[in-house]
Design a protein around this ligand. Structure first.
Ligand SMILES: Cc1cc2nc3c(=O)[nH]c(=O)nc-3n(C[C@H](O)[C@H](O)[C@H](O)COP(=O)(O)O)c2cc1C
Length: 240
């Protein structure tokens, strides 16, 4: 079993979100091979919009940069985890650039579309890509995820088709950047993420019970607010 973690945070190793992705991978059996790619460190140029990957070089991108190695890694992975912070209600540019460069994996658009918009608008070119599991792990800075993620989830539904990916969305992401801060709650959340990983490894899905726990804020909104206020106000963090 191979897990490929695509970390879209420019904070690379210090990313809040990466901690969740690593905790999720920890739930997989020991022999699982996990690789992390920090997209911020990669030389991945934006898509040229030339459509060569559909015409002159079907299935292949003409841009010769680090994405060529990443295509191989994507093809060889069993589970792909896209892990990134929410930026302005959407994906950060590192993930968007990589996503656009995935056009070679898609079949051409022939003017047909699914009117209810519930399935992906493009089919995947090869069946090997269809058998992979996609997990979206994201943190945001707000106290609740519901008002923050509708646009991103809609985008994933349109790209992948509803139900074709698993999402873990976590509010109060900044708590994961500071050791010792709300330690008990932070550790508790991470251990639930590891449980989610174990369930996913076994069944290909996260149980309703674990998903419900992960949808709760790590810390009470008032506790988080106290931390955020003192942080941006330059004061010491209160003990929560
Ligand atoms: C440019 C920028 C835009 C952001 N936009 C949002 C946002 O729309 N909603 C939100 O709740 N948090 C937003 N945040 C906060 C981050 O999502 C949050 O701090 C996250 O935990 C950072 O994760 P990372 O350490 O993995 O990069 C934004 C942060 C930055 C730097």
């Amino acid at each position: 079993m191979k897990i490929l973690i695509l970390n879209g945070s420019p904070r690379t190793e210090r990313s809040n979100t990466l901690q969740l992705a690593l905790a999720f991978a920890n739930g997989f059996p020991e022999e699982t091979n996990t690789e992390v790619v920090h997209l911020y460190k990669q030389n991945i140029k934006p898509c040229l919009g030339c459509f060569s990957c559909w015409t002159k070089t079907p299935g292949n991108c003409v841009i010769n940069d680090d994405m060529q190695t990443l295509y191989e890694k994507l093809e060889n992975a069993d589970v792909i985890i896209e892990c990134f912070p929410l930026y302005f209600f959407g994906m950060p540019s590192t993930i968007k650039v990589m996503t656009d460069r995935c056009l070679p994996f898609m079949k051409t658009y022939l003017g047909t579309s699914d009117e209810d918009g519930k399935s992906s608008f493009h089919q995947l070119r090869n069946s090997a890509m269809r058998s992979k599991s996609l997990v979206l792990i994201s943190t945001c800075g707000y106290v609740h995820t519901t008002p923050m993620y509708p646009a991103l989830l809609k985008q994933f539904d349109l790209i992948c088709g509803e139900g074709n990916y698993t999402a873990i969305l976590c509010s109060e992401g900044e708590l994961f950047g500071y050791e010792g801060l709300a330690e008990r709650q932070r550790k508790g959340y991470l251990s639930d993420v590891t449980k989610a990983g174990a369930e996913f490894a076994e069944t290909g899905a996260i149980s309703e019970k674990t998903a419900e726990r992960l949808s709760r804020p790590v810390l009470s909104p008032s506790g988080f607010e106290a931390i955020v206020r003192s942080h941006w106000g330059g004061e010491e963090f209160p003990q929560i």
